[in-house]
Design a protein around this ligand. Structure first.
Ligand SMILES: NC(=O)C1=CN([C@@H]2O[C@H](COP(=O)(O)OP(=O)(O)OC[C@H]3O[C@@H](n4cnc5c(N)ncnc54)[C@H](OP(=O)(O)O)[C@@H]3O)[C@@H](O)[C@H]2O)C=CC1
Ligand SMILES: O=C(O)C1=N[C@H](C(=O)O)C[C@H](O)C1
Length: 246
């Protein structure tokens, strides 16, 4: 049995993770911690799952690494600077693996993978992410990661920047720029988590779309991460692609 602790346990995702862990034959939920609770009960866990807030996740992660607890992180807000900080903590105190996944949805991981593969073949690429209005951060972690992957694939293939003749613009009209890729964020009641990657070429548009219809959709990926957390080949892993054999 894998002993699992959850940070953000009363949140939308955290509550779903608690249910999923309790329903898994090979896992035991040993601690459920949220805002205002002491983290000490997490010491009984082998793997801690964090779905909190971009503003607090670094403090939680540092605490996990310092206490030798493997961490599976779904909280968004990770950029290269934050990842470097995590590596620094792991160098100072080796032993705890960290898996940070911008998206645990299997379809979302495939969407990112396909977008990365397709990106060098098209003149233009832009990303539209659509989420529920309670989301704290924009753009989404998934969109940020997709843009990073797309940008790296285009740079490696020598693909020129997407053409864009815009010279006057109301602030925000063209979205935000993540490594040369325009990302547009929609916040709308009724939505959960959705993304389109639009790739434009000569007389054709290729659209890759993924929809999470509920938060259960993330659970197979989260449980997969928990099952692998103790045996990951590297101390820091970003994304569950490698766990899926991609
Ligand atoms: N990787 C993935 O597949 C997915 C990632 N996410 C990401 O997960 C994160 C959480 O999303 P969601 O569940 O919707 O958000 P919620 O706001 O519903 O849940 C976050 C929970 O964490 C609590 N919390 C805040 N600070 C702390 C702290 N220091 N210690 C413990 N708990 C704390 C919050 O309490 P309070 O409300 O009192 O602040 C809240 O209960 C977001 O960053 C989101 O983008 C979401 C879905 C999928
Ligand atoms: O806040 C959410 O809901 C989600 N957050 C993650 C993100 O920022 O990409 C994953 C998914 O999109 C749901």
């Amino acid at each position: 049995m894998i002993k699992v602790g959850v940070l953000g346990a009363r949140g939308r995702m955290g509550a779903e993770v608690c249910r999923a862990v309790e329903g898994a034959d090979d896992m035991e939920l040993v601690a459920a911690v949220d805002q205002g609770d002491e983290r000490d009960s997490l010491a009984a866990a082998e793997v801690v799952v964090d779905f909190t807030h971009p503003g607090v996740v670094m403090d939680n992660l540092r605490w996990c690494v310092e206490n030798g607890l493997h961490a599976v992180v779904g909280t968004s807000g990770f950029d290269p600077g934050r990842l470097d900080k995590v590596r620094g903590w792991q160098t100072a105190k080796p032993g705890a693996n960290v898996l940070i996944a911008p998206n645990f949805g299997i379809g979302a991981v495939l969407m990112m993978h396909f977008a990365q593969k397709a990106a060098p073949f098209f003149e233009s690429v832009e990303i539209v992410e659509l989420h529920h209005p309670n989301k704290a951060d924009a753009p989404s972690g998934t969109a940020y990661r997709t843009a990073e992957l797309v940008s790296a694939a285009r740079a490696e293939a020598g693909t020129p920047p997407s053409p864009d003749a815009t010279t006057t613009e109301l602030h925000g009209a063209r979205g935000t720029d993540v490594e040369g890729v325009h990302v547009h964020s929609i916040r709308l009641s009724g939505l959960i988590a959705h993304q389109e990657v639009l790739l434009g070429g000569h007389g054709e548009v290729f659209t890759i779309r993924h929809d999470s219809m509920n938060r259960e959709s993330f659970m197979p990926g989260v449980l997969l991460g928990v099952r692998h957390a103790r045996d990951l080949p590297d101390p820091l892993t970003v994304g569950i692609e490698s766990l899926l054999g991609l």
